[in-house]
Design a protein around this ligand. Structure first.
Ligand SMILES: [Zn+2]
Length: 374
C-alpha cells in the first residue's frame, strides 16, 4: 500500500539502508490491548512482559518482511519512502508499484520469502541443537511451548508467511495473484478479479472473527475489504486516465497571489470566496509553492497575520506541464501531499490540477460515454 498520509503522526524508530522505520500512533492500541487482556485474565507483570516481548519479536519479523519488499523494489529502481508499523502489520511505502507484472511479482514474493527463510533457519538451529524433542513434547501436550524462543520464532514466521499469502489486497497474496493474472490479461481485469476475491475473503474473515470474538482479526478484515476496493479504483482510474493530458483535466480558474502578499490579505480574499488552496507566485510569475486554506488560518491563529506568504513558507510544489500525463501528475501531487498541482506552460502559470475537479471530469466523461436510457 502506498500512502504518504501514514507517515504523518508516526514515531521514527531507526533508519536502515536509507529507509526510515516508523511506528504509527495507533500502534499504542496493541500494548494497551495486551495489558488490558492480561489484566482481565489476572496475569502478573511477568506475563505482560513476556507477551510484550513476543509482540516485539513478531514486529521485528514484520520489519524484516517489509525490508524484503523494499530492497527488492530497489533492485528494480523503485525507492521506498518509509516503513510504517501499524498494530495490524507493516506497510512499506514504495514510491510506486511497477506495472510490469514480473517486477510486482518478485517485489511482493520477497516479503513472505523472508519469513520462510527465518522459519527455516529457526527450525535448522533447533534441529542442530537437538531441540526437536520439543515437537514431540508439544504433541504430548506438556511442554512450555511459548517459552521457547526458537519455536516461537519458527511458528510466528510460518504464520506470517501463510497469512500474507491470503489472496486478498493489500495482502501480498492478492498482489501475487494480480501479477500472475496480469501476465496473461490486461492489468485492470487482473486487478478486478484479485480485488473481488479479496473482498470475498475479507467478508469470510470478518464473519469468522465476529463468530470467534477476535476483534483484531475483524479489524484486519475491514481493512482488507476497504483496501481491495481502493486498489481496484486506483487501477481503474489509471486505465481511464491513460492517454489523457493535464491540459484536458486542469482548472484554468484558480486562486493565486504574490509571494510578498501578507497572510491577512490572503485570508480576506479567502472569506470573499477563495479556494481550498492558494498558489503562491514569485516575482518571475512562476509558482513558489502551494498553501492550503488551513495553513492560512493556522498562521493567523499563530499570530502571523502580518507575515508574507513566502515566509510561512508555502509547501514546495513540483509544477506540471500541460502535455504531462494526467495520471502521473495526479500521483506526483498525492505523493507530495499537495491539495493541488500548479500547471506551467511557456514559463507562465496556466492552470491547476486537483482531485475534486479530476473526479468530476471522470464522472462527466463516463456519463457522456454511456448516457442513461430513458
Ligand atoms: Zn508483504
Amino acid at each position: 500500500m502506498a500512502s504518504g498520509a501514514l507517515s504523518r503522526g508516526a514515531l521514527p524508530l531507526f533508519t536502515f539502508k536509507g529507509i526510515p522505520v516508523r511506528l504509527h500512533w495507533s500502534f499504542i492500541a496493541l500494548p494497551v490491548y495486551i495489558g488490558w487482556s492480561a489484566f482481565n485474565e489476572g496475569l502478573g507483570w511477568g506475563h505482560v512482559g513476556l507477551r510484550l516481548a513476543m509482540v516485539a519479536i513478531v514486529f521485528g519479523c514484520v520489519v524484516l518482511h517489509e525490508f524484503g519488499h523494499a530492497l527488492t523494489a530497489r533492485r528494480f529502481g523503485v525507492g521506498t519512502r518509509d516503513i510504517t508499523l501499524l498494530p495490524i502489520g507493516g506497510v512499506a511505502s514504495l514510491e510506486r508499484m511497477p506495472e510490469e507484472p514480473r517486477q510486482e511479482f518478485w517485489i511482493t514474493v520477497a516479503g513472505p520469502a523472508v519469513n520462510l527463510v527465518i522459519a527455516l533457519v529457526a527450525v535448522i538451529i533447533m534441529a542442530l541443537l537437538g531441540l526437536t524433542s520439543i515437537f514431540t513434547d508439544l504433541l504430548v501436550g506438556g511442554a512450555p511451548v511459548w517459552s521457547n524462543a526458537l519455536l516461537f520464532l519458527a511458528a510466528i514466521n510460518i504464520w506470517l508467511f501463510l497469512f500474507n499469502l491470503i489472496p486478498a489486497f493489500p495482502m501480498d497474496g492478492g498482489r501475487i495473484l494480480r501479477s500472475v493474472l496480469a501476465m496473461r490479461m490486461p492489468r485492470e481485469r487482473a486487478t478486478r478479479i484479485a480485488a473481488g476475491l479479496g473482498r470475498a475473503v475479507a467478508i469470510i474473515g470478518i464473519a469468522y472473527a465476529l463468530y470467534s470474538q477476535q476483534p483484531f482479526l475483524a479489524l484486519i478484515g475491514v481493512f482488507i475489504f476497504l483496501a481491495a476496493g481502493a486498489e481496484a479504483r486506483n487501477v481503474a482510474q489509471r486505465e481511464h486516465l491513460r492517454g489523457i493530458r493535464v491540459q484536458e483535466v486542469m482548472r484554468t480558474r484558480f486562486w493565486s497571489m504574490g509571494a510578498a502578499t501578507t497572510v491577512r490579505h490572503a485570508t480576506q480574499e479567502l472569506l470573499q470566496g477563495g479556494d481550498t488552496a492558494l498558489i503562491v507566485i514569485g516575482l518571475d510569475g512562476l509558482p513558489v509553492g502551494v498553501l492550503h486554506k488551513r495553513d492560512l488560518i493556522h498562521a493567523v491563529e499563530a499570530g502571523r497575520a502580518n507575515d508574507r506568504l513566502v515566509d510561512l513558507p508555502p509547501r514546495e510544489a513540483p509544477s506540471g506541464g500541460i502535455d504531462d500525463g494526467a495520471h502521473e501528475s495526479t500521483e506526483r501531487m498525492i505523493l507530495a501531499g499537495l491539495p493541488l498541482l500548479p500547471v506551467v506552460h511557456d514559463r507562465r502559470l496556466v492552470g491547476a490540477l486537483d482531485l475534486a475537479t479530476l473526479d468530476e471530469y471522470m464522472r462527466l466523461r463516463r456519463a457522456n460515454e454511456s448516457p442513461a436510457q430513458n
